[in-house]
Design a protein around this ligand. Sequence first.
Ligand SMILES: CC(C)(COP(=O)(O)OP(=O)(O)OC[C@H]1O[C@@H](n2cnc3c(N)ncnc32)[C@H](O)[C@@H]1OP(=O)(O)O)[C@@H](O)C(=O)NCCC(=O)NCCS
Length: 196
Amino acid sequence: MFEICPETPADEPEVEALYDLCFAPGRTALSSYRLRDGVPRVADLCLVLRDPHGQLMAAIRYWPARIGARRVLLLGPIAVHPTAQGEGLGGLLMRDSLSRARRMRFSRVLLVGDAPYYSRFGFRRLDDVVMPPPTNPDRVLGLELRPGAWVGVAGLVTRAPGAVTRPPNAPQGQPCAMVASPKEAVHDTIDPAADR
Ligand SMILES: CC(C)(COP(=O)(O)OP(=O)(O)OC[C@H]1O[C@@H](n2cnc3c(N)ncnc32)[C@H](O)[C@@H]1OP(=O)(O)O)[C@@H](O)C(=O)NCCC(=O)NCCS
């Protein structure tokens, strides 16, 4: 089993070290970081995933941003410890955080990343949304948490320094959750009849 919890200030040095390990040096020079500078994170959606020994195995963060007057959730960074990549932990954290965001009634999510990976969670290229340059437009991807939420939302993505990081009347963020390892989950779903 793994535990997924909202990130606390005590987790922060470990999370930063994980990101440093997983990304090339200079990650904070990326244009998407200009949208994050001085903007408080969406705390309820910044999550850490720990193994049964308490080791930090993966982390994800979200920031608020804007396109014109419309609010968007900016997903990232997400990182999985190199020793555990490809075991489904990234997928666990993506699905858990997106379902928390949906429960909190956020409408739309934006990220800059590899479409071949993020398309499995429903992300599609956003042709009319422009990230601060330099950003490859093929990597600007969006997901609707509410049907039609990206329709008519177009233009430059900007910082949201004073954004309320929870929609009005949103339910409280979720506490920690225990989740089965993706490997265990695969075993759990094996049809016993298959052995007969
Ligand atoms: C990208 C990352 C978060 C994925 O997490 P993960 O736990 O390794 O991925 P999962 O086990 O959930 O999924 C594995 C699958 O994703 C694919 N995948 C992983 N990274 C990919 C990428 N960048 N592009 C396309 N596919 C990718 C794997 O090939 C594998 O495919 P399969 O299911 O067909 O075998 C993780 O590999 C990571 O931390 N990488 C370094 C940091 C990084 O690049 N973060 C994302 C920034 S956009």
